[in-house]
Design a protein. Structure first.
Length: 387
């Protein structure tokens, strides 16, 4: 059931005469998407297929989508996808994420801020509107935000400090000729790995285009990743509940038009490796990679499927390959260049203040790794109580 703030109430609650921006909240993603007419700038994650799948899978939280427009011209400035939930008695407002969305950001419309002053005004209008919500809202947490969205500044980053997130993105930019890039990573000897793999009967690399087959490969990916995480002693939950539903919804909705990308290295004996990514224009983001385990380590299946997928999609016009968040050594070997992300915590009510203080303390600690390590040993791992 859709729920929208009444227009008169939204004006009284959300309009700021000084800000120049009007904020309206919509409590249903599909309705918000129908109201958003702009062909906005966004990362690959701010896509209708992503949000359709996410909001359908995680029904324990309440959608809270902010539509922000220029108060004078009525031009759409930004659509900010958010959710509201109560966690340990705290009314928490955050992006639709739960560890699945690597880059959180607004969709920017034609009326988006042109400079820092306008960006700050938009942020003030959004925060003021959130503080006047009828539902309890104590804390606004916006995490993993890129500073730039398709060449335009992300206005929400002005609420925090760029690079305050403990994670970063990893971007590879490839020119029109793929061979110079392949030469730049020759130390990984991936052509040799492919020759070794190709000796197996039925060996092939494929981009999957049928939803049913892609869904079956997700089952294989889940099993392979779970086995890997078990060996490492790490908890794995992407094959359970809403998370499993989300990935299947995403693939089912997005594979036909090439938004969801599923690739595989297979032979008669086994599915040796799989990869899942999302594509927007000339950009591909790798989300998940799996392999069949130590038995196949001699042909480096995880690295090989990345390189094969990059090669195939480069022929189809992709020039930016994003290895997603996290600093793993293999990303540097692929030539990925890190870029910073921003975390923001703002108290919307007095109950949110202790959480903001703790978040900011954690951000400051990350500037001094040696101190963070000592604090971590003394007090245990800092937790943000996200779930």
């Amino acid at each position: 059931m859709a729920a929208v703030l009444e227009l008169g109430q939204a004006k009284r609650q959300a309009r700021s005469g000084a800000s120049g921006f009007r904020v309206e909240f919509v409590h249903d993603w599909k309705l918000a998407a129908s109201r958003w007419n702009a062909d906005g700038r966004a990362t690959s994650f701010q896509h209708s297929h992503w949000f359709d799948a996410w909001y359908a899978a995680f029904q324990s939280v309440s959608p809270l989508i902010a539509i922000i427009s220029d108060a004078a011209t009525h031009r759409e400035a930004a659509l900010v996808p958010l959710v509201h939930r109560v966690h340990k008695g705290i009314g928490l407002v955050e992006f639709p994420d739960f560890g699945l969305t690597d880059y959180n950001a607004p969709l920017l419309g034609p009326g988006a801020p042109q400079d820092e002053a306008e960006a700050r005004a938009l942020c003030r209008a959004l925060v003021a509107a959130l503080r006047r919500l009828p539902e309890p809202a104590d804390l606004l947490r916006m995490q993993k935000m890129p500073a730039v969205i398709e060449g335009r500044p992300n206005p929400l980053v002005t609420l925090g400090r760029e690079g305050s997130c403990s994670l970063n993105g990893n971007l590879i930019e490839v020119g029109d000729d793929f061979e110079p890039y392949r030469t730049s990573i020759k130390r990984m000897q991936l052509p040799r790995s492919f020759r070794v793999f190709s000796r197996y009967p039925g060996a092939m690399f494929r981009i999957i285009t049928e939803a049913a087959e892609a869904t079956r490969l997700l089952d294989t990916m889940d099993a392979q990743q779970q086995a890997r995480m078990r060996c490492l002693g790490v908890e794995f939950n992407l094959n359970e509940g809403p998370r499993a539903k989300f990935y299947r919804e995403l693939v089912g909705r997005g594979i036909a038009e090439g938004y969801a990308i599923v690739s595989a290295l297979t032979c008669d004996e086994a599915v040796v490796a799989t990869a899942l990514g999302i594509r927007r224009g000339n950009n591909l983001i790798f989300l998940r990679i799996s392999n069949a385990g130590r038995r196949w380590s001699h042909c480096s299946p995880s690295r090989l499927i990345i390189e094969r997928t990059m090669d195939a999609l480069h022929k189809d016009g992709v020039r930016e390959f994003d290895l997603s968040i996290g600093n793993y050594a293999f990303k540097h070997r692929f030539g990925a260049v890190p870029f910073p992300l921003t975390d923001v915590s703002i108290a919307l009510g007095w109950r949110g203040i202790p959480y903001v203080l703790r978040d900011r303390a954690a951000q400051r600690l990350r500037r001094y790794p040696w101190l963070a390590e000592r604090v971590g040993r003394a007090r245990g791992r800092l937790s943000r109580d996200d779930e």
